[in-house]
Design a protein around this ligand. Structure first.
Ligand code: IMP
Ligand code: MG
Length: 173
């Protein structure tokens, strides 16, 4: 797929502004926390890298790898954690950072895992929430978006386009 025909949904300046706002809010809210940021790989890595630098608090970092889509644009329904649960989360106040809330299964699975692993608390910060997921809670949400399959800024289609600096619509699924 060529980058050019994909329509921009959120440009890089808009994303950067919102990520800064989220960082400021999290800095105010989590002053007392024993904070550990948990980027959900691979999709959440670029968002998490920018967000972390806008959170002015002591923090540790424990990424987790999760996958539910494979190469498709519709969720397989099964969330896999191919590398298991990371170390260093026991007793910590976790801030799970992911790219997008779609069916919500990823966050559901992660919440259960992290509680079982002894996390003190689990908060979630999601860059995008799809219309169909508007009933699913997250502590921090960047943007509400329509029911489209999007790529860029960490989000992929079959492994591609994660490096696009903007968020673009890949299809109308
Ligand atoms: P959920 O478990 O169905 O909420 O799906 C969350 C995961 O599915 C995200 O972390 C993404 O990796 C992937 N995903 C869902 N919608 C999209 C999309 O529009 N573009 C790219 N990846 C998506
Ligand atoms: Mg993904």
């Amino acid at each position: 797929m060529n980058d050019a025909p994909l329509k921009i949904l959120l440009d890089r300046e808009t994303i950067a502004r919102r990520v800064r706002e989220l960082g400021e809010k999290i800095t105010r809210d989590l002053r007392e926390a024993n904070l550990c940021v948990v980027p959900v790989m691979d999709g959440g890595m670029i968002f998490a890298a920018d967000l972390m630098r806008g959170i002015h608090l002591p923090m540790t970092l424990s990424p987790i790898k999760a996958s539910s889509y494979g190469d498709a644009t519709i969720s397989s329904g099964t969330v896999r954690l191919p590398c298991g649960t990371p170390e260093g989360i026991e007793g910590k106040d976790l801030l799970v950072v992911d790219d997008i809330l779609d069916t919500g299964r990823t966050l559901e699975v992660l919440r259960i895992r992290f509680r079982a692993a002894g996390a003190a608390s689990v908060r979630t910060c999601i860059l995008l929430r799809k219309e169909s997921a508007s009933h699913l809670p997250a502590d921090y949400i960047g943007f509400e978006i329509p029911e489209k399959f999007v790529v860029g800024y960490g989000l992929d289609l079959a492994g591609l386009h994660r490096n696009l600096p903007d968020i673009r619509v890949a299809s109308s699924f």
